[in-house]
Design a protein around this ligand. Structure first.
Ligand SMILES: [Zn+2]
Ligand SMILES: [Zn+2]
Length: 344
């Protein structure tokens, strides 16, 4: 079958012929992929930036960790998922035996493998997944919309971690899919105002305005505070959520944060950030990290997507055949597109 794979620990990806996964083992299901989204992580893996060395042992490996599909076969012991069920799959394959797993916190498993990173993922016609990772989706949510579930759980977790309260003024730094979803969940949590900042990012900021967030700023050629002032936007925020992965923005974000405010970091940063800890202490501010959501979040996010499919479709800039994946990766990297779905 055609698959988009990482073949070697060097820059590049390959659209090539991969073996079909075959029959699912005990506790597993075979999925026919409906749609799979290209994520910033995939772009990092394609470029082979630092931080993904651990996946070398899994190569050749099929990428794609944000996917939806349909159960075409179920292995022994799988009773909850009938053949034909449409699902999304949490990509974290957990060990089930470490202290976190045994304590009911499998999202913190120390021996996890990520589908589409450390084992085969969804940029192919078929994949095998643990049945316990699959969550059924309603008919009203088509394959491409359903494939937004994984990135949207990351966004819901960021807003939960930040503790956004009704009436809060929230600044989101980074207008990509994660920033877009954070804006949506912050609004759903009752934020009175959500401002989104990007740099040289006209297309994705336009997506946010189409989603109903008029307060966007582009910081190209100026500081974040300067861009906010020029647009007549607030200079203090109860919550700042960072989803850009730019270390230099962390001290700037703290300057914009209210006394006792919370800065939540979601971006993956290639370098450490320099912050003034004495200011942090005297302003009684907090910095929190947020990464993947527990499985309980998945049904809530599916319901959120299904509640307004027309609006959620704005998050998807295009859906193209898997055969066009290499060009689609180039467009995703250029930031002229938001989420691109590949259709195997
Ligand atoms: Zn992703
Ligand atoms: Zn574990």
């Amino acid at each position: 079958m055609l698959a988009l794979r990482k073949l070697a620990p060097t820059p590049g990806i390959a659209l090539c012929d991969a073996p079909e996964p075959g029959a699912p083992g005990p506790g597993e299901v075979l999925l026919a992929i409906g749609a799979a989204g290209i994520c910033g992580t995939d772009l990092h893996i394609a470029d082979w930036t630092a931080g993904y060395e651990a996946m070398t042992a899994a190569m050749p490996v099929t990428l794609g960790h944000e996917f939806s599909g349909r159960v075409v076969a179920a292995g022994a012991g799988v009773s909850a998922l009938a053949v034909g069920t449409r699902v999304v799959a949490r990509p974290s394959v957990v060990c089930g035996v470490c202290a976190s797993c045994r304590g009911g916190r499998s999202q913190d498993c120390m021996a996890r493998t990520g589908m589409g990173v450390g084992c085969n993922g969804g940029f192919a016609a078929q994949v095998v997944a643990p049945a316990e990772n699959c969550v059924a989706v309603p008919d009203g949510l088509d394959d491409a919309l359903a494939a937004l579930t994984e990135p949207m759980t990351v966004c819901a977790e960021a807003v939960d971690t930040a503790g956004v309260q009704p009436g809060d003024t929230v600044l989101v730094i980074g207008p990509g899919t994660i920033g877009q979803g954070i804006a949506l969940f912050a609004q759903a949590a009752g934020a009175a105002r959500v401002v989104i900042a990007g740099r040289d990012d006209a297309a994705r900021l336009a997506t946010l305005r189409a989603l109903g967030f008029p307060d966007t700023v582009d910081t190209a050629g100026r500081s974040l505070s300067g861009a906010l002032a020029a647009a007549g936007l607030p200079s203090r925020f109860d919550v700042v959520i960072e989803a850009a992965g730019v270390p230099a923005l962390v001290p700037e974000a703290l300057e914009l944060l209210a006394l006792r405010g919370v800065l939540t970091i979601c971006g993956i940063h290639a370098r450490p950030a320099m912050i003034d800890l004495t200011k942090l202490v005297r302003r009684h501010q907090q910095i929190r990290g947020s990464y993947r959501a527990p499985l309980e979040t998945w049904p809530r996010v599916i319901a959120f997507l299904a509640a307004d499919p027309q609006r959620m479709r704005l998050l998807i800039s295009e859906a193209v055949p898997l055969a066009d994946a290499v060009a689609a990766f180039a467009r995703a990297k250029s930031r002229t597109a938001s989420k691109i779905m590949l259709l195997p």
